[in-house]
Design a protein around this ligand. Structure first.
Ligand code: GLU
Length: 320
C-alpha cells in the first residue's frame, strides 16, 4: 500500500461514559486500534456523552484511564460529543428544511431511548408514521400539541445495502422494520444515529470498527450519510465477547470491568495477549498493544463470538 493511501485511514474509538468499560469493550477497541495502526492510519477518540440521563460521574476519567492502561493512544485531543452540538443541530435543521425530517409529538418511550446506540435486544417497534405530514413546522407542532417536538427522519420504502468487511454484503429494510426514526429528541439532544453520522464525518473517520450488535443501526446511518452528502466509511462489525451461555455481557459486566481487572493486578500485557489470541494472533504472548499492531489482519479475525467461559476468564486471573 502506498504512503498516500495509508494517510487516509482514520479509525475511531467511540466509548460512552455510561458505565465501566469491560472485556468486550477492550476487545472492540483493541481490534479497532490495531486495524487502523497496522496500516499506518490515524485513530481519533470520541466520547459519546449525549445520553445525559445515563452518563455517570467519573466515567469519563475512568474511560481515559482504561484506554491508556490498555496501551491505546489517539491522534489529537479527545472529541467530546456534547461540546459540538451546533453542527449536529445544523444537520437536523437542514434535513427538516429539505423535507427529509419532520416534527413528531408522539409520547413514545422510543423517542427518549434514541439517545444511546441500540445494542442487541434493545430495538423498538416500527414507528407507524403518525406525525409524518401532520404539521407544517416544528413551531406549529409544538403549538398545536402543547408538547415539545422530537424530529424523525423520513425513511423511503426499499432495502438499504452496504458492504461490511467482516460480515459481507448486508441488506436491511429500514422502512419495514424501524420506520421513520428519531434524529433529535424532545429535549433537543441529538439522537445517537444522527450524532454518530455527523461526528464520524466531521472527524474524517474512514473505518468504523465496532461490535456486531450495532450492524442494523448501520442501515439507518447509511440513509443519513446519503441524505447529508457525506462520504461512506468502511464498516467492520466484529463478533462480540459473550458469556458461557452465549449472551452479550450486559448484566454482570462489572465482574469483567477493566477497572476491576486492573485492581486485581491483571497486567495490561496479559489482557492484550488474551484478546490477541482470540483475534487472529493465536500464539500471542503477553506484550503491549503496539507490539501486536504489525501482526494484526482483520481477514484473520475469527467469525465466531469470543466465548468468555469461566476457564477462559481464569486465564486472566484466578478470581474471575
Ligand atoms: N458509543 C457507542 C457505544 O458505546 C458506540 C457507537 C458506535 O460505535 O457507533 O455503544
Amino acid at each position: 500500500m502506498s504512503a498516500s493511501a495509508a494517510v487516509q485511514i482514520v479509525g475511531r474509538l467511540a466509548p460512552s461514559p455510561t458505565g465501566h468499560l469491560h472485556l468486550g469493550h477492550a476487545r472492540s477497541f483493541l481490534v479497532a486500534w490495531w486495524h487502523a495502526r497496522a496500516r499506518g492510519g490515524r485513530v481519533v477518540l470520541r466520547i459519546e456523552d449525549l445520553d445525559v440521563e445515563r452518563v455517570k460521574p467519573g466515567m469519563l476519567d475512568e474511560t481515559l484511564r482504561d484506554l491508556e492502561w490498555l496501551g491505546l493512544d489517539w491522534d489529537g485531543s479527545p472529541w467530546i460529543q456534547s461540546a459540538g452540538l451546533s453542527r449536529i443541530q445544523a444537520a437536523a435543521d437542514e434535513l427538516v428544511a429539505r423535507g427529509l425530517a419532520y416534527p413528531c409529538v408522539c409520547t413514545r418511550r422510543e423517542i427518549e431511548a434514541a439517545q444511546s446506540a441500540p445494542h442487541a435486544g434493545e430495538a423498538g417497534e416500527r414507528y407507524p408514521g403518525t406525525c409524518r405530514g401532520r404539521f407544517d413546522s416544528v413551531e406549529a407542532a409544538e403549538h398545536e400539541s402543547g408538547r415539545k417536538a422530537a424530529l424523525r427522519f423520513v425513511v423511503q420504502a426499499g432495502v438499504v445495502e452496504f458492504e461490511d468487511g467482516v460480515l459481507g454484503a448486508q441488506a436491511f429494510d429500514v422502512d419495514a422494520t424501524v420506520g421513520d426514526f428519531p434524529i433529535l429528541r424532545r429535549a433537543g439532544f441529538p439522537a445517537y444515529q444522527l450524532a454518530v453520522v455527523v461526528d464520524d464525518a466531521r472527524q474524517g473517520v474512514s473505518e468504523i470498527v465496532r461490535g456486531a450488535d450495532l450492524v442494523d443501526s448501520t442501515a439507518r446511518q447509511v440513509l443519513l450519510q446519503r441524505a447529508l452528502g457525506y462520504a461512506r466509511p468502511r464498516w467492520w462489525h466484529i463478533p462480540l465477547v459473550v458469556d458461557a451461555a452465549g449472551r452479550r455481557f450486559a448484566k454482570r459486566s462489572d465482574d469483567i470491568a477493566l477497572a476491576r481487572l486492573r485492581a486485581l493486578g491483571v497486567a495490561p500485557e496479559s489482557l492484550v495477549a488474551w484478546v490477541a489470541r482470540r483475534s487472529g494472533i493465536p500464539f500471542a504472548e503477553p506484550a503491549s498493544a503496539r507490539d501486536f499492531a504489525p501482526e494484526f489482519d482483520m481477514q484473520r479475525l475469527p467469525q465466531a463470538p469470543v466465548i468468555a467461559t469461566p476457564a477462559a476468564l481464569r486465564e486472566l486471573h484466578p478470581a474471575l
